[in-house]
Design a protein around this ligand. Structure first.
Ligand code: S3P
Length: 176
């Protein structure tokens, strides 16, 4: 298989854990846009970036991190849940590789996304309401940004990885 794979999707859908397994299955390098942002901010956490610099500055950092990857090869990239929001970023992701939208049932997403306190957007008085609003507004954007959609609800990590490999190969042979 050739070509980079980019995982997009809402917070809690498993982009990082699936991405890591997918990369090792393919012999690709694994990158995580949030980790790249933290590195570029000299180790400042995502929560601290949001708190000290604001969301807009975080989004600028996110665009910068994605831009750096345009010439990468043989990578699996896990993106932050909001990385597809800027049209500019969607353009960059298209240049990097095949985008796979990792979907899961909202209940699963909510449980996973609020399991720890690492997601500043959900550190609010009523996380459920914010979650619902964000998810609803983003679904059409994931749809637009995705080359492929994988519903991981009810699948093990291994099954999800195999589904992605199968779908990406199928798309590549259709395009050939
Ligand atoms: C965000 C998702 C987070 C992180 C930041 C903003 C979002 O990444 O980039 O907290 O806007 O959905 P994960 O999707 O990996 O949680």
């Amino acid at each position: 298989m050739s070509g980079n794979i980019i995982l997009i999707g809402f917070m809690g859908c498993g982009k990082s854990s699936i991405g890591r397994r997918l990369a090792s299955r393919l012999g690709y390098a694994f990158l995580d846009s949030d980790e790249l942002i933290v590195e570029s901010a000299q180790g400042k956490s995502i929560s601290d970036i949001f708190a000290e610099e604001g969301e807009d500055r975080f989004r600028e950092r996110e665009t910068g991190a994605l831009q750096e990857l345009i010439d990468s090869t043989s990578i699996v990239l896990a993106t932050g849940g909001g990385a597809v929001l800027r049209p500019e970023n969607r353009e960059i992701l298209r240049k990097i590789g095949t985008t796979v939208w990792l979907y899961a049932d909202p209940e699963i997403l909510f449980e996973r996304a609020t399991r720890n306190r690492k997601r500043p957007l959900l550190e609010v008085e009523n996380p459920r309401t914010t979650f619902n609003t964000l998810l609803e507004s983003r679904l059409p954007i994931y749809e637009e940004a995705a080359d492929l959609k994988i519903d991981a609800s009810g699948l093990s990590h291994e099954q999800t990885v195999e589904s992605i490999v199968y779908a990406v190969k199928g798309r590549a042979s259709r395009d050939a």
